[in-house]
Design a protein around this ligand. Structure first.
Ligand code: R5P
Length: 302
């Protein structure tokens, strides 16, 4: 079955780069926001039969960026899926590297909605055939999907990039004890005996305020602080500051999804980061590592 890629508004570079890896055609979209705030999207074609009978792959991350927030990104995703379905696609795969709302996976305070589950129920109800995401915050939420589902791991490509900048005296530090298993898996990509340590972080669920503690042995080390998401940069900046106080020489602030909201860049650099490294799950200037080949390799063998 002939494959075709629909490049969503949020993943223009990534979508084209995946298509290049696979050597298949792309179609882009026309999108805008109406004066009343509603989203508009059409697949940019004049002949709808182009889609009929095709194996359609839609690439659309759902993080906030230059052309909208995550709600718009999700609405556009739903519009793309419904359009290609109506036009007779034989198979529909969606690639959503950053999954919006994934952090709202639990009821943290009475009265809340664990909305990550609702989002996945919504996606499931669209009747897609395959779903790909990347380093999703709480992988358990993917159990809500009944189609083939892959949570792609970006650790190796992030580690390869960091190794091209520094090879010695690396310590991997988790900004949160809960993420230490992930950091251990990440550290393996730097070598068998790379030390892993962590800070203790607690976040006030009412105010969002972070308290982080820990005094690690980081003297003259190149410290890689790895997290799944940088949002406002509060977590990362605090971990960087503590790492510097613990003697770190260089600090690499690394996240699969570097949203870089509000004053994140300022806070992280001011805290002493030497590098801020994210992937192109979010299309911004810290997207130093591309997921294109990794995603294409999955789609190739499908
Ligand atoms: C939380 O559990 C995540 O793994 C990140 O640590 C968090 O989302 C980062 O948020 P911020 O950059 O606003 O501190």
């Amino acid at each position: 079955m002939e494959k075709i890629i629909i490049v969503g508004p949020a993943s223009q570079m990534l979508g084209v780069n995946i298509a290049k890896e696979l050597d298949i055609e792309t179609i882009n979209t026309e999108f805008k926001t109406f004066p009343d705030g509603e989203n508009y999207l059409r697949i940019n074609i004049e002949d709808e039969t182009i889609i009929e009978g095709k194996d359609v792959i839609i690439i659309q991350s759902t993080g906030p960026n230059f052309c909208g927030n995550q709600n718009s990104r999700l609405i556009e995703l739903i519009m793309m899926v419904d359009s290609v379905k109506r036009m007779g696609a034989s198979k529909i795969t969606i690639v959503v590297p950053y999954l919006a709302y994934a952090r709202q996976d639990k009821v943290f305070r009475p009265g809340e909605c664990p909305f990550a589950h609702v989002i996945l129920h919504m996606i499931n109800s669209l009747g897609i055939d395959e779903f790909y995401t990347c380093d999703v915050h709480a992988p358990e939420i993917l159990d809500n999907l009944t189609c083939k589902t892959i949570n792609i791991d970006s650790m190796k490509i992030l580690a390869d990039y960091i190794k091209s900048l520094s090879e010695k005296d690396i310590v991997v530090v988790s900004p949160d004890k809960g993420a230490v298993e992930r950091s251990k898996a990440f550290a393996k990509h730097f070598g068998e005996h790379i030390p892993v340590d962590y800070f203790e972080k607690t976040r006030n669920v009412k105010t969002g305020e972070i308290i982080m503690t820990g005094n690690l042995s980081l003297k003259n080390k190149d410290v890689v602080i790895a997290d799944d998401i940088i949002a406002t940069g509060g977590t990362m900046a605090t971990a960087i500051r503590l790492s510097k106080e613990s003697g770190a020489k260089k600090v690499f602030a690394v996240a699969t999804h570097a949203l870089m909201l509000q004053h994140a860049k300022y806070r992280i650099l001011k805290a002493g980061a030497d590098y801020i490294i994210g992937t192109d799950s979010i299309d911004n200037e810290v997207a130093k590592v591309s997921l294109a080949k990794t995603i294409a390799d999955y789609l190739k063998f499908d």
